[in-house]
Design a protein around this ligand. Structure first.
Ligand SMILES: Cc1cc2nc3c(=O)[nH]c(=O)nc-3n(C[C@H](O)[C@H](O)[C@H](O)COP(=O)(O)O)c2cc1C
Length: 351
């Protein structure tokens, strides 16, 4: 079981952060209310603020605080609350410093290795959790955090090749399906941490879909799992209903890799936007300087624009990220019922 600052998760499920705007206060709060960990994405949460395009940083922080307050109110004191912050994002240091002071339990940080994250949370009670996709990354991060900041991660999310959003593997490896599996990476991380004499809670992610999937990892020593795609198909998910409907309509063959201005491959539903991209560049019309690696003059498309379009319901002109299992979704359910189903299945598989 995962315990953070003395609070133990009753349900060993972390709802993965989903940007832009897919996991905000409503989804996170309802997951918390059921005893899990809700995670709000810090990727442009202020996209609906009137000054988003002129005053992006402040609009995002203002919206994030409001979403955190909303999640706390919905949760009725249950569960834990995290914020997901992408290392590849611009002004990472300033966002991390501001978020570390907010009313949350943990910062979860990936899309790059958060080697300096502890610097921004020094002397603050917030827990810190990196997302890694290899044992080598876990090793490097633990060594660095201890030597520079005398601390270790409070838990580590291990994200495998079947996840949604940006992926920490090369395009060629993913296409050829030659990456290590989540199970293999998880086993290697356990060995590396044991060699270092560390007992850090581990949270696998990517392609975990059923309660028996959860049980498999809990049996192998995971403290919890992180799941994202399944939470999109809930009434409480913060995305537009048209975004959720894409999942019900999708077949297995509709899900594939897409290029991203982040430099990492992404996984998405192949919709008219992705098809248009495959024909050529979609030049950006405005820029909020969202990702460090993006060069607006040459970027294949604007990812902030594409994600805002999709989450707002204009799905044909936007990017719909998904894990490999997105096509298995057949209906929109309540978070309460989803978590009940998962926990019941998990308990049956554990016994
Ligand atoms: C729509 C969508 C958006 C995502 N956005 C982010 C993000 O902003 N930051 C991040 O670290 N991970 C992001 N992810 C990854 C998830 O947090 C999660 O780790 C992963 O999708 C787990 O795999 P699953 O979807 O198969 O459960 C996203 C995933 C999806 C499906």
């Amino acid at each position: 079981m995962l315990t953070i600052n003395g609070k133990t998760l009753r349900v060993p499920i972390i709802q993965g952060g989903m940007g832009i705007g897919v996991s905000l206060g409503n989804l996170a709060g309802h997951v918390m209310k059921e005893g899990g960990m809700g995670v709000i994405s810090a990727a442009q949460p202020g996209y609906r603020e009137p000054d988003f395009f002129t005053n992006t940083f402040h609009a995002n922080l203002r919206a994030l605080k409001a979403e955190i307050a909303k999640a706390r109110a919905i949760s009725q004191g249950q569960g834990l609350l995290g914020v997901n912050l992408m290392v590849a994002g611009e002004r990472y240091d300033e966002y991390a410093t501001a978020i570390a002071d907010m009313d949350i339990d943990v910062i979860i940080s990936g899309a790059g290795l958060p080697l300096e994250l502890p610097k921004f949370a020094e002397n603050k009670p917030v827990a810190l959790a990196p997302i890694v996709s290899s044992a080598k990354a876990a090793y490097l991060l633990c060594k660095r955090w201890f030597s520079r900041y005398a601390r270790y991660p409070d838990f580590i999310v291990i994200e495998g090749p079947l996840a949604g959003g940006h992926l920490g593997f090369s395009w060629d490896e993913l296409k050829a399906k030659t990456t290590q599996s989540l199970q293999e990476i998880f086993t290697e991380v356990k060995v590396v941490l044991k060699d270092l004499g560390l007992n850090i809670p581990l949270v696998p992610a990517g392609g975990i879909y059923t309660g028996s999937d959860i049980a498999e990892f809990i049996n192998e020593g995971a403290s919890a799992v992180q799941m994202a795609t399944r939470f999109i198909a809930t009434e409480e998910c913060d995305a537009h209903p048209a975004f959720k409907a894409q999942f019900i309509a999708a077949n297995e063959s509709d899900i594939d890799l897409v290029i991203s201005p982040s430099g990492y491959p992404g996984r998405a539903i192949i919709n008219p936007h992705v098809q248009a991209l495959r024909q050529g560049r979609i030049a950006p019309i405005r820029c909020v300087k969202c990702l460090k690696p993006c060069i607006p003059a040459t970027t294949p498309y604007c990812i902030t624009e594409a994600l805002i379009q999709s989450v707002s319901g204009n799905v044909d002109h936007g990017l719909v990220f998904t894990g490999v299992n997105g096509y298995r979704i057949t209906s929109i359910v309540k978070v309460h019922d989803l978590i009940n189903e998962l926990v019941t299945e998990m308990e049956l598989s554990l016994s």
